[in-house]
Design a protein around this ligand. Structure first.
Ligand SMILES: Nc1ncnc2c1ncn2[C@@H]1O[C@H](COP(=O)(O)OP(=O)(O)OP(=O)(O)O)[C@@H](O)[C@H]1O
Ligand SMILES: [Mg+2]
Length: 250
């Protein structure tokens, strides 16, 4: 059984006088699908950026499985299994969908490839890239230039690029932002069909998406965890009802 746990302990991030995060604890089990919700400026992206290593915390520790990764570089964390998809477009527009995934697979395999023969190594990259395109539903678009994909398909391709690093934990920052209802539905299906032992942290504003995907929810407010628990526990919280569910009450 893999240990795809992520533990964040007593995490704080100060920007001058502003506490973007204050004493945040979070424990995600192997295969857990945890949504992180909270109003604009609550600290959600800051939390993900600290987990990837992009931003240094003022205080606190991050454990991937049993390993303390707090002082490791972004690159080392990717190699250990922390992957991230942001809203920035990280695709090569002038390459095909297939080539984009091959490059990501090849980059990750890089350090192992000298152990394989040339044809074996090409085969491995191709197989792995095709498997990922199937997983994210882009097999029939593989020859298209990535720039010709719809917005929703480009976001799906970015998930494939993140998966190419063989993550244990995948961080998704607003995976459905800017999508049409149909694209949102497809992204929800894609996320639902990800490997069951992959641990997911999903920052998301769309509460329908949150309730469809999450088995645990963490609510951030002004940098603090105000509540966490299963969707039904979080739904019952009065602050959550006022902030998010006001219009949803029937
Ligand atoms: N590099 C920075 N320098 C100064 N302040 C920052 C920096 N990055 C974030 N902040 C501040 O930290 C707080 C948390 O920001 P963050 O981007 O994490 O919020 P968020 O919950 O992701 O919001 P949103 O829902 O709008 O994406 C905000 O008040 C923001 O202005
Ligand atoms: Mg954000």
């Amino acid at each position: 059984m893999p240990i795809n746990t992520l533990k964040v302990s007593r995490l704080s991030k100060h920007y001058g006088g502003l506490a973007a995060l204050a004493d945040v604890n979070l424990n995600a089990r192997t295969g857990e699908r945890r949504a992180i919700i909270g109003p604009n400026g609550a600290g959600k992206t800051t939390l993900l950026n600290i987990i990837t290593g992009e931003v240094k915390p003022t205080e606190g520790t991050i454990f991937l499985g049993n390993r303390d990764v707090t002082s490791l570089s972004v690159h080392k964390r990717v190699n250990l299994g922390i992957a991230y998809t942001s809203q920035k477009n990280n695709l090569f527009d002038n390459l095909s969908v297939f080539e984009n995934v091959c490059i990501a697979v090849q980059q990750h395999l890089g350090m192992f490839q000298h152990m394989l023969g040339f044809s074996e190594s090409v085969e491995k990259v191709v197989d792995s890239a095709l498997g990922l395109l199937n997983l994210v539903g882009l097999a029939t678009e593989k020859k298209q230039l990535s720039s010709t994909l719809s917005y929703g398909q480009q976001r799906a391709l970015e998930v494939a690029l993140a998966l190419a690093t063989k993550p244990k934990v995948l961080l998704l920052d607003e995976p459905t932002a800017g999508m049409s209802p149909a694209e949102t539905e497809e992204m929800v299906e894609l996320i639902r069909n990800l490997p069951r032992l992959l641990t997911l942290l999903i920052v998301e504003h769309d509460m329908d998406v949150v309730f469809k995907l999450a088995d645990q929810i963490t609510v951030l407010h002004y940098g603090k965890v105000v509540t966490e628990g299963t969707p039904s526990e979080v739904r019952a919280n009065s602050l959550v009802q006022e902030t998010y569910l006001g219009q949803h009450k029937s």
